[in-house]
Design a protein around this ligand. Structure first.
Ligand SMILES: [Zn+2]
Length: 493
């Protein structure tokens, strides 16, 4: 988040951000050998598929299982979006490579590797030049690291994304050169995420021969998919795949609505939230205000713009528009065990008695440092995944949800600790978030990384037992509600 001083605006920013390579690329991701083969749940046979330079590792096998099922999916579904034409098979082969060391033989054989052998590192991509698909199988690189941490179904989500590019190419909509007058890259990329979601739905229904996914694995996959977001851009040119919200909301829409939606009119109108930094101060802070400012409801600022004050203003207006009165919600940091109405409360909660959001310092600090992120060694390409990157708006979202629970209690006399409350609060929180993400120069604004931080909170922080609890909601449902509120505003909730 940022509290912008108008004089600090406008800037030429240093492009320090790591941008991953591209050669007709689709996804920035890598490979694994150590993770358990065959997703848990159904015991399914491994697929047999020809792969150039097959590493014959468990990781390679998971890729082959995914590709086989995804191709079967498109043989069935392609005609529904192509006017009845059958799916043209991939002609240029599938390549398994060690992204850190692409052999001369492979370079000679594949058009994209010939042009840019480095492009394979930490990546999986569709190569339009010879209609091939290349993936980095190195256990130290991105896709494998993701599979290790978030489960093997991550591999399937990535492969399904890549195959959407295969399909886009066949439909004439995938222009990776991005200089023609075709769709912007972020459109084709999020459309691929949507298509990946459509395939995931098929796997959820048990209609795949080699891969499967249960609810728990899907939760983990959605969190893992946050790791393939773009780094916050410093210029419009750096916008490529979408931020975490753009990507996850597209995937969630694909799961809910299928390929017809992803390749239809409605998706074509899609709005995106990824945007570059617009102030040097914000950039240098990486979009994060200090912890103390996030928890302080009355900071010493001339424009009275703490998050809590902005929340009270937003809900005062919303209540007034419904001829209701808003009682300003307070904040209380608990030194001992948090309590509400004489009962033990969680470490971050809304208490209707007293109309106050209560929290412990230790959990709030944990929330402030809770964003999944990746570090990539520039020399070796080795990837390290972390869970504790600073995220002021992940912590901020816990306050936003607290205020949303107050809406339930104050305006509707409804419960604040059940399934309906959490889903409604997700929608309200989306609407509020949109109101402070306009990118203009008003005094209190979200920063470019904040939509990632919000999405991370919706998936893993808000439903924590230490916060509001999951109450039988899924990450997918909360993302869908948050997205609905974000784009549709309060009337949609
Ligand atoms: Zn892609």
């Amino acid at each position: 988040m940022t509290r912008t001083l108008r004089s600090a605006l406008a800037a030429v920013l240093l492009p320090l951000i790591l941008v991953l390579s591209s050669c007709d690329v689709s996804l920035e991701l890598p490979n694994d050998t150590g993770s358990p083969s065959g997703s848990a749940g159904r015991a399914q046979p491994n697929a047999s598929l020809e792969v150039v330079n097959d590493g014959h590792s468990r990781f390679d096998q998971e890729v082959k299982n995914a590709i086989t099922d995804v191709q079967a999916f498109w043989r069935t579904n392609y005609p529904t979006i192509s006017g009845g034409r059958p799916y043209p098979e991939v002609r240029g082969g599938i390549y398994s490579v060690d992204g850190a060391d692409v052999s001369t033989a492979l370079r000679q054989r594949n058009a994209c590797l010939r042009q840019d052998p480095e492009s394979a590192q930490n990546n999986a991509f569709y190569c339009t030049a010879d209609d091939s698909v290349v993936y980095d199988r190195s256990p130290d690189h991105l896709v494998a690291r993701l599979a290790d941490k978030y489960g093997v179904f991550m591999i399937t989500a990535v492969i399904a994304h890549e195959w959407a590019h295969v399909v886009q190419q066949r439909l004439g909509s995938f222009d990776s050169s991005s200089d023609a007058g075709s769709q912007p890259t972020i459109f084709t990329e999020t459309q691929a995420d949507c298509a990946s979601g459509a395939f995931i739905h098929t796997a959820q229904q048990g209609r795949t021969a080699h891969v499967s996914v249960d609810q728990k694995q899907l939760e983990s996959t959605l969190l893992g998919y946050l790791q393939v977001r773009d780094p916050p851009p410093v210029s419009v040119r750096q916008i490529s795949h979408g931020n975490g919200f753009d990507r996850l909301s597209a995937m969630a829409d694909g799961i809910a609505n299928g390929v017809g939606y992803c390749f239809g009119e409605e998706f074509a109108q899609r709005q995106f939230t990824e945007r570059p930094f617009t102030s040097d101060v914000d950039y240098l802070q990486r979009g994060n205000l200090p912890y103390a400012q996030i928890i302080d409801p009355t900071p010493d600022s001339p424009d009275q713009s703490s998050l809590q004050q902005v929340l009270n203003r937003f809900w005062t207006q919303a209540a007034a528009s419904a001829d209701k009165q808003w009682r300003e919600v307070g904040v209380r940091q608990e030194d001992g065990d948090p309590s509400c109405s004489g009962k033990q409360a969680s470490d971050f909660d809304y208490c209707p008695d007293g109309n106050v959001v209560t929290f412990t310092d230790s959990f709030a600090r944990q929330a402030y440092n809770s964003l999944p992120d990746k570090r990539i060694d520039e020399r070796t390409g080795k990837v390290t995944l972390v869970d504790d990157a600073p995220a002021d708006y992940s912590l901020g979202m816990l306050f936003v949800y607290g205020w949303s629970m107050a809406v339930r209690a104050q305006l509707f006399g409804a419960a604040t600790a059940d399934r309906d409350a959490l889903l409604a609060a997700s929608c309200y929180s989306g609407a509020f978030t949109a109101s402070i993400n306009t990118g203009d120069t008003q005094s209190f604004q979200l920063s470019p990384p904040d939509m990632d931080e919000a999405t991370s909170a919706v998936i893993k922080l808000v439903p924590s037992d230490q916060a509001y609890g999951a109450h039988d909601t899924t990450a997918l449902q909360r993302i869908q509600q948050f997205t609905k509120g974000y784009f549709g505003g309060l009337p949609s909730c």
